[in-house]
Structures are given as C-alpha cells and as structure tokens.
Design a protein around this ligand. Sequence first.
Ligand code: ADP
Length: 423
Amino acid sequence: MKSLPQIVVAIAVLSVVLSIVWTPWIAVVVLGLMCARLLFMVLRQETAAIELLQEPAGVRRTFDDALNIVRVRLKEGEQSLKDRDAEIAQRKQITNAVPDGLFLLDDSGRIVWCNQAALVMHSLDAFRDMGKPIAQLIRSPEFAAYLNDESLPEPVVTSGGRTILFHLERGSAGARLLLTRDVTDRERLDRMRRDFVANVSHELRTPLTVVGGFVETLTDLPLDDDERSRYLQMIATQTTNMRRLVEDLLILARLENDQLPPETAVVDLSHIARDVLADAEALSAGAHTFEANIAPLKISGSANELRSALGNLLSNAVRYTPTGGRISLHVFADAEKNDIAVEVKDSGVGIAPEHLPRLTERFYRVDRSRSRETGGTGLGLAIVKHVAQRHHAKFEIESVVQGASSGEHGSTFRLRFPASAST
Ligand code: ADP
C-alpha cells in the first residue's frame, strides 16, 4: 500500500491536470469524491487495525501508531517462534541423550516418533521405518503378546547377543510410549554374582562336610590315640583350607573395592622377592631346586598387594611342580621392553593352551583334585590379575604341558611393570 504523503502528492498533481483538461467544477467534483474515498479508507483501516490489536475502550490511536504496534507484535511473534524452535531442539537433544530407547506409538501400534537410542538399539532407519507397525520391526512373540495385552509381565528379550527389557506407558487418545532398555550388562553382572555365591557356597560346603564327618566319627566311635590324632589332623587341614579361602575372598574384595595404591609409596621389589622365595622354599620342604636372580629394583605401589601376587605365583609353582623339579625367580629391568619384569618359572606339569585364557577367572582350575589336595583356593591367579591391573602391569602366562612335546615342559608367569613405576 502507498504511504499517505504519496497519495496527497498524487491528488495535488491530478487536480492541476484535471483543471487544465476539464472544466474546474468537474475537477472539483471528481477530486472531492476521491478525497472522500481516501478518508473513508483511512478511517476503516485505522478502526480495523485498532480492533485487531484489541485496544482497551476509549483509547484512540492514529493509523501510524497502529502500524507500529502491528510491527512490534509481528516481531514478538517471530521471537516466540524462535523460542519454540529452540525449545524443540533442546527437547530433541535431551531425548537423544537418554540411553534408553523411546518410541511414541499411535493407537494401532505404528511408530510416530522415536529417539536416537531406539534407532541404534533396534537397528532402525529414521526415514524408512517411521510410521511402520512396531511389531513388524521388533520381531519377538513375547513382545507381540505384551503389545496386545499390557497386563502381561514386561518381556525381557534376548536377540543378537543383547538382552532388552520392554515397558509400555499409556498416553492420551490411544497413544502409547514404549521404553526399551538394554539390560545385557546388568544381566551379566547378576549372573556373575549368582555364580560367585554358588561357587563360594560349594567351596565351603566340601571342607565343612569333611569336618562334620570326622567330628561325628570322633564322637561316636571308640578310637585309639593314633586314629584320633589322624582325624584331628585332617580336621585341622580342612579348617586351614577354609581359612585360606576366606582370606583370599577378603583380599579379592579389597582389591576390587579399594582405591588404587598411592603412586608415591616406594616398594623394594627385591626385598619382597627374597621374602616370598623363602616362604616357597619352606613350602617345598626340599622337594624342588630353587634358583634366584634378583636385581635391586624399587617400584611405586602397594607392598602388601605385590607380596600377595608374588606369593601366589611361587606357591603355585611349588604345588604344580612334581618333586625334583626346578623353580626360578627372576627380577630384572628389561631394557628392550623398557619395563621391570618379575618372572616365576617352573618345570612343572604345564597348562594346555585352551585353559590359558580362563586361568585368571575366579575358581577356574585345570586340575581340580590337585588344586584341592595342595590347599588351592582357585583364587590365586585372580588376585594376581587384579594386583597387576592396579599397578598398570601386564600379566603374561606361557606354558608347555607335560608330554605335549619332547622339549622342556613347565610354566612361566611374568608381571611387567611400566618403567615409569620404577623409583
Ligand atoms: P589354585 O588355588 O587352584 O591353584 P589359582 O588361581 O592359583 O588357583 O590357579 C588356577 C589354576 O591354574 C590352578 O588350579 C591350576 O590348575 C593352574 N595353575 C596355576 N599355576 C600353575 C602352574 N605353575 N603350573 C601348572 N598349573 C598351574
């Protein structure tokens, strides 16, 4: 629309032209009619604008005021649209940050919307799969049944190695919100916990049954002194085994829950090595030949943890090496690998390759009866693994099983501490 000054100039020019072309009175009539029309338009637009803006009664504004107000309102409208866009973007960001899958389903179970996690968890495509029935995309009889009857227990479906929990929420107008949660890790931890409790119960029940049996025999039967002392000795052995098991469990629990050892604590590795070697020689009671090559090295870490790890490696070497075998302990700085290594080597029965990856699992044993006979708890190498991790060390195991080749058999267990740990 043209502005008011432009229209006034146009009328003035027109009046001059008309006075020249027509007689003045015709020009006056025509111009009068045009002015009246103009006045009518201005008044009508002003009233409409003011009505549109819903000004309170009694307030009169000019047409320019009204236009200014319209401009301000338009700007406010634009700003509120921008605010809404920002709010929508923020909500999208939040729903995409949720680790659970979220689907909005219509009353016939078609996908109206879903977040990023839902796409990834169920391998869906945002464009291809939108609007499709969810039961066609997530194929599971338990889920399909739950979709039709929400009173059924929430299904937990395992597919492609992942375990997913489904939960439906009713919305308005038949819409439903479907939440899908990946519970694979939670299930694995639950299973580990159950297995662990079952293992510990089993490990304790065996010696307890033996002790119970001997106590009954001692109580019920008339035994001579020799028999009595033999039975008491067996009870003492089983009690020692149970005490060892409980001690190892407590060590493991502490290793798993405690903070890392302080990096400033200096540990004399050679001192610890000599101590545990003396214990191993006592355990062997002359059944093995020992060899030691211990460099005077210090590292930062926990003396108790390192003593426990080396003690387990050496006691294993003694227990799994038949009489007459050789056991060596080597502590050295490996210039080639740029680290500090502690190596326990034996000429014992060795371990078949298929067992090696599982050796550090709790209660994993290659030879169950030998482990039990020699008072093993099945936790020694699990403790070594944890100590290694806490000291940023590598734990290496190499073994050649007896009879596998004509060469030397036996095992080597090695801890490699980073050179940065040396002090
Ligand atoms: P355990 O208390 O049964 O010895 P560990 O965790 O210390 O438990 O060791 C796990 C298993 O690894 C043992 O049961 C044994 O079968 C095997 N093992 C450990 N050290 C040796 C070794 N030096 N020689 C042969 N087998 C070994």
